[in-house]
Design a protein around this ligand. Structure first.
Ligand SMILES: [Zn+2]
Length: 321
């Protein structure tokens, strides 16, 4: 029996959980959430992580005297052994390497372990979510960008540390410019950021769309998955076109990965991936069809089950002996 903390560090929010584990039984007994500080750099972010972790402990439905450890799922380049995070991509002011593990451990008074955010979310789905019955799976997290995680024969596959970047599978030679600077990546067609940029261009060129009206009415400054859902619900042409384009891109990219790995299961997660439910999983599965080499036995495509807490749950699982 152990009680572990899990922290999912995102570009806009920090999500924490307290998890009680007893053999195969895992139970989330408290959660916390804070916005990721936009100022103050890594130090401010680490302090907010500690505060958010304490919040989850206080919110737990039972008294928690001591956590046995805290796991962190972080973006960027992670050195698990030293607890250092470098190049944490979209986190503001995070330029050089920062000793997240050491600082957090000092603030919380418990051992801290670090892992990659998408790997953690994938592992959580494998152990406790949509992939419980699978031996091998591919996690595809469809949000601002497109992240991927791979479990092969019950083990997380990290390659030399950089495996799973399905968002940067090339689906079109010389294609659209990606945020990574290269061309033709899946993310340049299906990432929320790329979809939003294209919607902006199309509207500027005179195409009618309610997307940005809906965004403003919801008091948002970006096209969130909720905005896309509402626009689709209203039959907005541009929203339909861009989602269809993204689904075609996901179909080619995921099918190519499946041709290589032949996993049992594809788990579709992330804000956009989970927003539309199993209907979207079926749509992505159909889009994969034409690109599957072994098209007589396609893998199952399922929506992630752990939702917003998946990353934090996977992070807490880092602490299990
Ligand atoms: Zn790319």
């Amino acid at each position: 029996m152990g009680t572990y903390g899990g922290i999912d560090l995102g570009g806009t929010k920090i999500q924490t959980i307290v998890m009680a584990a007893d053999g195969e039984e895992h139970r989330v007994c408290g959660t916390g959430r804070l916005p990721t500080p936009r100022e103050g750099g890594p130090r401010a972010v680490v302090k907010a992580m500690a505060r958010c972790m304490k919040e989850a402990v206080q919110n737990a439905g039972e008294p928690i005297t001591q956590l046995d450890g805290v796991g962190v799922g972080s973006p960027g380049e992670i050195d698990g052994a030293s607890g250092v995070v470098a190049r944490a991509g979209n986190l503001p002011g995070w330029d050089g390497p920062h000793p997240v593990g050491g600082e957090l451990s000092e603030l919380l008074g418990v051992p801290v372990r670090l892992g990659n955010d998408v790997d953690r979310a994938t592992w959580a789905e494998f152990v406790l979510g949509a992939g419980r019955e699978a031996g091998s799976l591919l996690g595809v997290f469809w949000g601002t960008g497109i992240g991927g995680g791979i479990v092969l024969d019950g083990k997380l596959w990290q390659g030399r540390g950089g495996a799973g970047e399905i968002g940067h599978m090339v689906i079109r030679h010389g294609g659209a410019r990606c945020t990574c600077g290269r061309r033709g990546c899946l993310e340049a067609y299906a990432g929320r950021a790329a979809m939003e940029a294209r919607a902006q261009r199309k509207v500027k060129l005179g195409q009618k769309s309610k997307l940005f009206e809906i965004m403003r009415s919801r008091d948002r400054d970006r096209l969130t998955s909720g905005v896309w859902e509402e626009a689709l619900g209203q039959g907005d042409d541009l929203a339909q076109q861009l989602i269809a384009r993204a689904v075609r891109a996901l179909g080619s990219g995921i099918a190519s990965a499946v041709n290589l790995l032949d996993v049992d299961l594809v788990v579709l997660g992330g804000g956009l991936g989970t927003r539309f439910g199993e209907e979207m999983a079926a749509r992505v599965s159909r889009a994969m069809g034409p690109h599957l080499f072994h098209d007589d036995r396609p893998p199952t495509v399922k929506v992630a089950e752990l939702g917003d807490l998946g990353g934090a749950i996977g992070a807490a699982l880092l602490c299990e002996p």
